[in-house]
Design a protein around this ligand. Structure first.
Ligand SMILES: Nc1ncnc2c1ncn2[C@@H]1O[C@H](COP(=O)(O)OP(=O)(O)OP(=O)(O)O)[C@@H](O)[C@H]1O
Ligand SMILES: [Mg+2]
Length: 291
């Protein structure tokens, strides 16, 4: 089996070397869907920076454009206004440097075994030969706790196990940034918590860079070290928060509950105010600066 520590060390060194430079920069990103009848604005001038090793969370109410933002970072949708850069280069199309894990359990081709699913993008991108792809696949399946399931087909797995395969498949590609769109939202509460823990464990080990979408405040605090709060549709930045102080054991703490209430207030109470009077840009900026 291939030994991986060098890759991990390289990635950490690279992350440290570029610590001051954002890995991903979104600047004034407006995203729209256009049909013949109408144009739907999904996000309005959203800006944020993601640094190497960040667990950066996009948090906001349903319909605020989180998935659309993720699709734009993945290169599936071009911004109507603004720009997205990865390593200083504009994102113009999808690429193996950005891999997405979706919410849906059907993201794995059902005719391929678990191992073949993980090997597929490695082979398709011609990164490695078949033997090495198999070694990578088995390595990452081990990391996500699916040692005994390499030859199983997806329909024989639980939802949580399918998501583990999708995570193994994504990490096997060693993307510069892992994009996750509510990957645990369709799981029961216990499995969801377990998956959050496992993701945290993988991050501790591999230190990948993560852009994670959720509409759960608790999940954002548990998974993320930085959180971007987006307003209701069309999504605008309301605030950016640090959440590195919260780990998986802090869920019940008074500090955690206070943070949850504060975020809830920012997401929803302000919207009640908005119904009476629109917030000014100044208000949004000062909130973002934590004033
Ligand atoms: N293919 C599409 N065509 C037209 N409008 C779309 C399309 N996909 C999304 N939208 C609209 O864009 C807006 C943002 O949608 P998006 O799916 O990004 O929201 P979201 O924040 O991910 O919501 P949720 O939390 O429910 O997943 C919504 O108003 C939605 O109706
Ligand atoms: Mg979504």
């Amino acid at each position: 089996m291939t030994v991986y520590p060098f890759q991990v060390i390289d990635r950490m060194a690279a992350a440290q070397a570029s610590a001051n430079k954002p890995l991903l920069q979104a600047e004034g990103v407006t995203l729209e869907y256009r049909t013949t009848e109408r144009t739907v604005r999904a996000t309005h001038r959203v800006s944020f920076n993601v640094y190497g090793g960040d667990r950066f969370v996009l948090l906001g109410p349903s319909g605020c454009g989180k998935s659309t933002l993720l699709k734009a970072v993945a290169g599936f949708i071009a911004p109507r206004e603004g720009s997205i850069h990865l390593h200083g280069r504009p994102v113009l199309q999808p690429g193996p440097d950005r891999i997405v894990v979706f919410q849906e359990f059907d993201q794995l081709p059902p005719w391929k075994t678990v191992k073949q699913n993980v090997m597929f993008p490695l082979l398709a991108s011609k990164r490695v030969g078949r033997r090495e792809a198999e070694e990578h696949a088995l390595h990452w399946l081990h990391k996500v706790g699916l040692d005994g399931f390499a030859d199983a087909h997806p329909h024989t797995l639980s939802g949580g196990m399918k998501q583990r395969v999708a995570i193994a498949r994504a990490l096997a590609m060693q993307p510069d940034i892992l994009l996750m769109d509510e990957p645990f939202a369709a799981l029961d509460a216990l499995t969801r918590r377990k998956m959050q823990e496992e993701l945290q464990g993988l991050w501790e080990e591999v230190r990948f860079t993560l852009l994670f979408v959720t509409h759960s405040i608790e999940e954002a605090l548990l998974v993320g070290n930085r959180i971007l709060l987006l307003s209701r549709h069309p999504g605008q930045v309301r605030a950016e928060l640090n959440s590195h102080q919260f780990g998986l054991n802090s869920a019940g703490s008074a500090e955690f509950q206070a943070a949850t209430r504060r975020i809830h207030g920012m997401l929803f109470d302000d919207e009640d105010h908005e119904k009476q009077a629109s917030p000014t840009t100044t208000a949004l900026i000062s909130q973002r600066q934590g004033k």
